[in-house]
Design a protein. Structure first.
Lengths: 403, 392
């Protein structure tokens, strides 16, 4: 599957690390072949030319992809191999470990046990105990150790068995990981990847259903990405490892068994790019991680009712890909954000603020943000269902927005 | 060339020289004249064999110790006046009294070994090869500071000489230090890491977590507790049930060292390096003392008596100890040592004057170094066209 890369314009006036001029990005048409189809990335002008990014774009399916279990790939006659999301993560990790001897993995039960979600299965036998390290249950210190190792040039991948446990390492992630490059005047780079599953699972209880992206998003100096399909999981894992900046890769407990066909050839995705899942005209729905599947399920219903939603998986949680998002807003003039974070201070809240600040003139209606309830996730199944956004709520919101 | 050290010459010119470089005295001395000096107190060991008390040194090394410690002392006292003149703001933690630890450690190791410490880092930075200008410019927030004015007193770093800072949060540097040791073991460097922390930080949980991992994985990490007996305003006996910090490693061997004796520190660090490369982590406890309060906002006298401070200053001051050694072994005369101190003072004053004139950072520096080289990474599709995504 070809990933089309383009020069991205980060349209945030207060963007860090570059001048605060608003500039159009450097346009770049990149052609890639896929089954003989010549696809060119379209320019900022919206036209019939298909927007790119997702694997199924050339087949604008009138019925959107339905369930969580399905992936976003349409055809089965493509070359490539099929695998589950955790295997895709493992493949990405393995390829990077082979490519660069400085890459090592540390976490609880990643070595001999193979990883609590099997992401690192088999890696310890292949690469040895010094590169796939089983740590004791000491998140604060092994995250700190990963950062210290990164300061000298190693590229550790630190796994939190559940993202929620990384709260214990918050000081290390915030002060040392995010800020050391700045406070040392650029002397030290921290090319670390911190990854782990988070999000609301199946009745895992409040402490194991946390969404840490909302807590980490303010830390300056880190990048955050969330994967949602095997294709982007592998690509983002590789990109995160190769990046010179600290990257936090958010996975989701319920998405590990998604199956998809991915290319045999090597590919790396851009960490700052959003993914166009389903182009449309009426409303822009921004989502990430597991909510993507709830949105696609709702989209199926919406299409049947005559709406044409444009679904974008934002993938990059920090910084936001305001270029893709902005183009979409300029086209549809209505925005719905569907996220799993809490209402207060979540990714959706920041995204709402960013879009309002930058694209206020293009909005025909106020931005609607559907988030989880501001409660600890309860154990009971029915209650847990009501905590997160369900497809029916998405459909209702779109209908109200499009009146 | 062995020349008599006993002869006494007249006044000579002591030239101002860069920090810790060789200096000339009126009387030519043999720089190779070796000496053996006994440490003031024997080492106390826990789970290991203590190194011998007799330390091999040389006259030139002792003179270097004297000069370097005098430089550090003068630098800290000048920082005190600069702070009171409001040229240095925020937090300023001074190291005077503890110079022997920084100097002795440098004497026992190489620049390829790593040192990481907490916020009381001005002198350690200097010991690792930093210049006075970098120190004062950083303290005053100027562009020429070691961290370009963006770090401040608590964030001095020098990557080329293996100085990893400079950390504000108590105890957080110890896991970082074990990570450095891990990287050294991973790259098979045959070097070690000294992770310094204070007696206050010794009660942090992450320290024991890191120590456990270091011992498990056999990392060449040496944890050095600079025990100045006060964690800000709390005396060690009020904060720690067991103030024998060198024993706290339990299965990890420990050594208690007189931190005011530069030769003892040097011996201990050499011993620790050899030990760590063979047997894994080690804890060193440096029994030292700080004359100033915890920081500039702490007078330092509400929780201890002035008598105590002056008592330590009279009996255990590290510079005085080296001065007595130099005089008793006839390596230098009183006058020469005074000249060195004057020279050092002049050097510090010049550096301060230069730092005062250096400019503040540019406004654009606010946004630099947040991320390394802009953003992201090269990305490419399965058709193998490597394309770098550029963001403006």
């Amino acid at each position: 599957m070809a990933t089309l890369c383009q020069g991205l314009g980060v349209v945030i006036p207060l963007s860090s690390s570059n001048s605060s001029n608003f500039r159009l990005p450097s346009r770049r048409s990149i052609s890639a072949w896929k089954d003989g189809i010549f696809v060119v990335r379209s320019d900022a002008r919206v036209s019939q030319v298909l927007k790119t990014g997702g694997p199924n774009h050339e087949l604008l399916i009138p019925n959107a992809v339905a369930t969580k279990g399905g992936s976003s790939v349409a055809s089965t006659s493509k070359p490539g191999h099929e695998l589950l999301l955790f295997e895709a993560l493992r493949e990405g990790l393995e390829e990077e470990m082979e490519r660069d001897p400085c890459v090592c993995v540390m976490g609880e039960d990643v070595g001999h046990y193979g990883g609590s979600y099997k992401v690192t299965k088999g890696l310890a036998t292949k690469f040895g105990d010094l590169r796939v390290l089983d740590t004791p249950i000491a998140e604060n210190s092994f995250t700190g150790m990963g950062i210290g190792a990164a300061m000298t040039g190693l590229r550790p991948v630190v796994e939190g068995m559940n993202m929620g446990f990384l709260l214990l390492a918050f000081n290390q992630i915030s002060n040392n990981c995010g800020m050391l490059h700045y406070t040392s005047g650029g002397q030290f780079k921290i090319p670390i990847v911190i990854r782990g599953p988070g999000g609301v699972g199946r009745q895992l209880g409040a402490e194991h259903s946390q969404r840490l992206e909302s807590y980490f998003q303010s830390i300056p100096g880190i990048q955050m990405v969330a994967c949602s399909t095997p294709y982007n999981a592998k690509g983002l894992m590789k990109a995160a490892i190769r990046s010179e900046n600290p990257v936090i890769l958010f996975e989701h407990v319920l998405l590990y068994n998604l199956k998809e066909r991915i290319p045999d050839e090597e590919y790396v995705l851009s960490l700052e790019e959003a993914e166009m899942v389903r182009p449309g005209e009426h409303v822009t729905i921004l989502t990430y991680s597991r909510m993507r599947y709830h949105v696609m399920q709702a989209a199926k219903t919406l299409v049947n009712k005559g709406y044409d939603p444009e679904v974008i998986d934002i993938r990059s949680l920090k910084p936001f890909d305001l270029y893709t998002i902005g183009n979409s807003v300029k086209k549809t003039h209505r925005v719905l954000i569907v996220e799993e974070c809490m209402r207060t201070g979540g990714i959706g809240a920041s995204l709402t603020a960013a879009i309002t600040e930058n694209f206020h003139d293009y909005l025909d209606a106020p931005i609607v943000c559907l988030s989880s309830q501001d409660v600890p996730t309860p154990y009971a199944g029915t209650l847990e269902e009501w905590t997160v956004v369900q497809p029916a709520q998405i459909v209702t919101a779109v209908e109200q927005l499009c009146q | 060339m062995a020349l008599s050290r006993a002869s006494h010459r007249g006044v000579g010119s002591a030239l101002a020289k860069p920090f810790s470089a060789a200096f000339t005295l009126s009387r030519p001395i043999s720089s190779d004249a070796p000496l053996t000096v006994e440490t003031s107190v024997p080492f106390t060991a826990h789970n290991c064999e203590a190194p011998p008390r007799a330390v091999a040194t040389s006259s030139s090394e002792l003179l270097t110790f004297f000069r370097d410690m005098a430089l550090m002392r003068r630098m800290e006292i000048s920082a005190d006046s600069l702070y009171k003149a409001k040229l240095i703001r925020g937090f300023c933690h001074l190291y005077d009294g503890q110079e022997a630890v920084a100097i002795g450690m440098e004497a026992g190791i190489t620049k390829r070994d790593c040192i990481i410490t907490a916020y009381r880092d001005h002198c350690t930075f200097l010991g690792r090869g930093g210049t006075l200008l970098e120190v004062f410019a950083e303290l005053m927030g100027r562009r020429e500071g070691c961290s370009r004015g963006k770090g401040g007193s608590m964030h001095f770093y020098k990557k080329e000489s293996g100085f990893f800072g400079g950390h504000g949060i108590v105890g957080a540097q110890v896991p970082l230090g074990c990570g450095l040791a891990f990287a050294q073991k991973y790259s098979k460097d045959e070097t070690v890491t000294f992770a310094l922390y204070g007696d206050g930080a010794a009660n942090q949980g992450q320290l024991f977590e890191a120590l456990n991992i270091a011992a498990l994985w056999d990392l060449p990490a040496i944890l050095v507790c600079e025990n100045n007996h006060y964690g800000m305003g709390t005396a060690e006996w009020r904060a720690a049930k067991s103030p024998a910090y060198y024993k706290r490693g339990d299965y990890v061997p420990g050594l208690k060292v007189d931190g005011m004796d530069v030769l003892a520190v040097k011996q201990a660090c050499k011993f620790a390096k050899e030990h760590a490369l063979k047997n894994g982590p080690l804890i060193l406890e440096m029994d030292t003392y700080r004359y100033h309060g915890h920081s500039m906002s702490d007078p330092g006298s509400t929780y201890r008596t002035r008598d105590e401070i002056s008592g330590v200053r009279q009996e255990r001051d590290p510079i005085e100890r080296v001065r007595k050694l130099l005089l008793s072994h006839d390596i230098a005369s009183e006058k020469e040592l005074k000249d060195i101190e004057k020279e050092v003072r002049k050097e510090v004053d010049e550096a301060i004057a230069k730092a005062k004139e250096s400019p503040m950072p540019d406004a654009s520096e606010l946004f630099t170094n947040v991320y390394a080289k802009g953003y992201g990474t090269e990305s490419f599709g399965a058709d193998r066209k490597e394309v770098r995504v550029t963001l403006p």
